[in-house]
Design a protein around this ligand. Structure first.
Ligand code: IDP
Ligand code: MG
Length: 140
């Protein structure tokens, strides 16, 4: 069982053909995929998902980027999944991310940084529900 977090393999990483490498890293870290799908967000959906950032200067650019091509969305489960996945991703800016983290390996810029991960247990509930509304909140 354990905690759940929402992961997105962003359009830059899908285009680079590193979906498999990223999922291997999730599994290797004991973050078990329990839901997964591939889709392309509309600009409006990207704006809904990132609504907390709507006042930030990069909002329009970020949501255009996220709607640019297919993404892979997963729910990962494991002990302390939120924190452990944040550690595995590395810092938002790949140039500042610790070596060996997913963003250090696959990120291109502070915007095109390969992956998304929920930043708290609370956020993960909104984010998992956004992409998997029919998912049983309690167990499976
Ligand atoms: P996080 O993804 O590490 O949680 P947030 O601050 O929540 O970082 O920002 C969400 C996303 O917005 C980032 O992953 C990145 O794609 C983009 N972003 C964050 N800061 C900047 C910036 O300063 N310029 C452009 N894009 C940014
Ligand atoms: Mg964030």
């Amino acid at each position: 069982m354990g905690e759940r977090t929402l992961a997105i393999i962003k359009p830059d990483a899908v285009k680079k053909r590193v979906i498999g490498d990223i999922i291997r890293r999730y599994e290797g870290a004991g973050l078990q995929p329990i839901e997964m799908k591939m889709l392309t967000l509309s600009k409006k959906e990207a704006e809904e998902f990132y609504a907390v950032h709507r006042e930030r200067p990069f909002f329009d650019s970020l949501t255009s980027f996220m709607a640019r091509g297919p993404i892979v969305v997963l729910v990962l489960e494991g002990e302390e999944a939120v924190r452990r996945y944040r550690d595995l991703m590395g810092a938002t800016d790949p140039a500042k991310a610790e070596s060996g983290t997913i963003r250090a390996v696959h990120g291109t810029s502070i915007e095109e940084n390969a992956v998304h991960g929920s930043d708290s247990s609370e956020t993960s509930k909104f984010e998992v529900g956004y992409f998997f509304p029919k998912m049983d909140i309690n167990s499976r």
